[in-house]
Design a protein around this ligand. Structure first.
Ligand SMILES: [Zn+2]
Length: 463
């Protein structure tokens, strides 16, 4: 299955890869795969179609059927468990032999389903952020893993997705035929979810990475927000609000943010002399802020595209975006406070073991609230798994038909993944063999994978 494990080829000969079939022109078994695209692939012959490093005639074109992949979100601790199972030198503590075996089994199954074009595990800004602050040997392997399993599909950022959903609800409120919410992941991802996996296009290989200097800043930011969240958590312990009241209180956060952003925008537009503290906040607001765009787009919708800003309509737009009605109907807005409310339940429980907030809670909450409605399944932290499968979160999440698993439920998880493979038609499996060859198990961090998905690194690990 070389097509899926080698990178950008440097010559046309090298770009033509196995599996080879019989060439329709020269009848030799040298007719290989040149390129796999979204819905078609190309074959060319290494023997009769190349002269002086160039193709001498058009490659063969083969249309591919539409595919529908299951979208599975992997929490950062799943990625990290897999890396540590394959690379014992990166572990901090001990890993039982059985646990190590299970992580490896899980990876091989996910990777197999990916190669069979049955699943995609999109990565997100949360994977990027959490991996970026890790030590280099760990960071590069985490990256190699999330890139590999995602087929380079990345979920959009939280505020952007919130804005997409709020705008959809605004459309629904103008035209009831428009759905309240659209759960199609293609709407909120970069890259194509239901694409046949391809390597011969440079565009899918390009990637942004942050400057190394950013690492210190990010660590500081994480520490600050951790202190801030601990402060909030302690506040909950003192307040002891019933869970529904906690929900209502947390849910008002989005509306407040809309009003805040809009007030700053207004201040930016008028030549006022502002106190330095406020001026600083105004300057921090960038023009492409997703909520500014949202307000503008909803204004266009409500005003029918009027060029002149009508303050009455504008007022209506802001009130609508900050309304409880919107909060109730936009998943990204109402799931998050529900999860915060679930956490607060532990803060106020007399005999709770969770007297402090867990380090990863804010990230887990943001990722679940933002991506869950677009996923067929999520594999998450054990603690979050039990939060999501009991009330108050359970009744909410059932709406989206997202399966929730954690690593400590291996048999259930593996049987779910097995079912996905079993559901593949024989025709589909035949096409996989035709294009990609046999699916084989591999080491996710061998030299070829690291070069392709991450960047070359030394195999020796220090520190
Ligand atoms: Zn030929």
């Amino acid at each position: 299955m070389s097509l899926m494990t080698t990178g950008e080829a440097e010559t046309i000969d090298a770009a033509i890869e196995p599996p080879f079939t019989v060439c329709p022109k020269c009848a030799k078994e040298t007719y290989g795969v040149l390129h796999v695209g979204l819905r078609a692939y190309l074959r060319a012959c290494t023997d009769c179609q190349i002269k002086n490093g160039k193709l001498t005639s058009k490659p063969g074109f083969f249309a591919l059927p539409k595919i529908s992949k299951k979208v599975i979100y992997l929490d950062q601790n799943i990625l990290s468990g897999i890396v540590k199972a394959f690379r014992p030198e990166l572990r901090k503590g001990k890993m039982e032999a059985e646990v190590e075996q299970n992580w490896k089994l899980l990876f091989q199954k996910l990777d197999r389903l990916r190669k069979l074009q049955l699943i995609v595990c999109p990565f997100s800004i949360f994977h990027r952020r959490e991996s970026f602050v890790a030590s280099d040997p760990l960071r590069l392997r985490l990256k190699a893993l999330y890139k590999r399993l995602s087929n380079f599909v990345e979920f959009g950022e939280q505020m952007d997705i919130t804005a997409v959903q709020a705008y959809q609800y605004a459309k629904h409120s103008c035209d009831p035929l428009e759905p309240v919410f659209v759960g199609d992941p293609e709407q909120v991802t970069i890259g194509t979810v239901n694409s046949w996996e391809r390597w011969s296009m440079k565009s899918v290989m390009t990637d942004y990475d942050w400057k190394p200097e950013y690492k210190g800043m990010l660590i500081e930011q994480n520490n600050n927000s951790e202190v801030e969240f601990q402060r909030i958590y302690s506040g909950w312990v003192d307040e002891k609000l019933p869970i529904e009241d906690r929900y209502t209180k947390e849910a008002s956060g989005y509306g407040n943010e809309i009003r805040r952003v809009y007030t700053l925008k207004l201040m930016k537009q008028f030549p006022l002399t502002l106190p330095p503290a406020i001026a600083e906040k105004v300057n921090e607001l960038w023009d492409e802020h997703p909520y500014i765009e949202l307000i503008d787009n909803v204004y266009d919708l409500f005003s029918g595209g009027s060029e002149i800003t009508n303050p009455l309509i504008l007022r209506q737009v802001i009130d609508f975006l900050a309304s409880e009605e919107l909060q109730q109907n936009v998943p990204a807005i109402h799931i998050e406070p529900r999860l915060w409310a679930a956490v607060s339940k532990h803060a106020i429980a007399e005999k709770s073991a969770r007297k402090t907030m867990k380090k990863g809670d804010p990230t887990d909450i943001a990722a679940i609230a933002t991506y869950l409605p677009y996923c067929d399944a999520m594999i998450i932290d054990n603690a979050w798994k039990s939060e999501l499968t009991s009330n108050p979160a359970k009744s909410e999440f059932q709406k989206y038909n997202t399966e929730i698993f954690s690593f400590n439920q291996m048999p259930k998880l593996m049987s779910y993944l097995e079912q996905i493979e079993n559901s593949a038609s024989s025709d589909h499996l035949r096409r996989i063999k035709e294009i990609y060859g046999e699916v084989e198990e591999s080491d996710p961090f061998d030299a070829v994978s690291m070069k392709l998905y991450s960047q070359p690194i030394e195999e020796t690990v220090s520190g």
